[in-house]
Design a protein around this ligand. Sequence first.
Ligand SMILES: [Zn+2]
Length: 334
Amino acid sequence: MENTEERSLKRKKRVKRIRKIIFVGFPVTILVLFVICLILIARIGTLKKALAGVRDELNFYLEAQSEREFAENIAAGVVSNAEGVTALASQPETEDNTASGEMTSEKMSDEEVESLLLGDEELYDGFRRVYLTFDDGPSVNTGQILDILKEYNVKATFFVIRKDGRNNEKLYRRIVDEGHTLGMHSNTHEYSVVYKSEEAFKEDTVSLQDFLYLVTGVESKYYRFPGGSSNRVSHIDMKVFASELHDMGIEYYDWNVSAGDAVIPRPDSGTVYSNVISGILNHESSIVLLHDTASKKSTVAALPKIIEYLQSLDDTVILPITDGTRPIQHLTTD
Ligand SMILES: [Zn+2]
């Protein structure tokens, strides 16, 4: 008898234990799993951001490399340095030239180059023209750059990429509202996407143009190729993309003066300043390549001094790129 009661008691205890597990243990397990999921989702978000940062850095690094190679080519005379317009010099083709590929044409005479560059903005005939251009923005520095330009009453050109978010939209609008030229620098700035094919390039450009139109009401007609038209990253002849842009009624602009602010290790503001000034003093018309990304603090720091120096020269004007501006293009139209 006692045994039966004992068994019954034990069974009751077991049932109670099982109920406890079901009613308490189960929800607790679910809750723990839920919290783990939330942590993992947050972690994935962080990793994605980090990955995007690394990808951006890589793209900008490739770009800096293109710019450096281009500068070295000018120094080595592989490309013409006559006012920075860049027909390949008509030298015998070296192995290097053939391998790098794309640009083969005749060298322009100095007079031709000069007339190309000085045909714009008649109002400023006889003046040395300087076009300050900022690539890769908007960024956390754009507001400060715009403030400096406003303070000195200078108009510049921003070759932007697509960045979503209310803050960025405000910056695109500030660029336009404050009288600067809004240019395009590709939607994604990812070489593998932008230069994948002619169709992909067109899609990327139209997508950015539409985006900017929606945000600012301005249809941008100005373009700067990621890495410049002389980049060596694209596997497709850059002339294909250049002709695509012309079909779309868009003009592209390279540069003949580089601030050298994209190189690693990062230059200090004094180096950026002297790169820009020494470049400008060598040209009658300068399209100056500067960068607007979070890491380019020295560019922002150098900007007031650059402007102050240029404004102290009686024969020099700082202008935004407009329809009347003669483009500087690293590719030649042959
Ligand atoms: Zn860029």
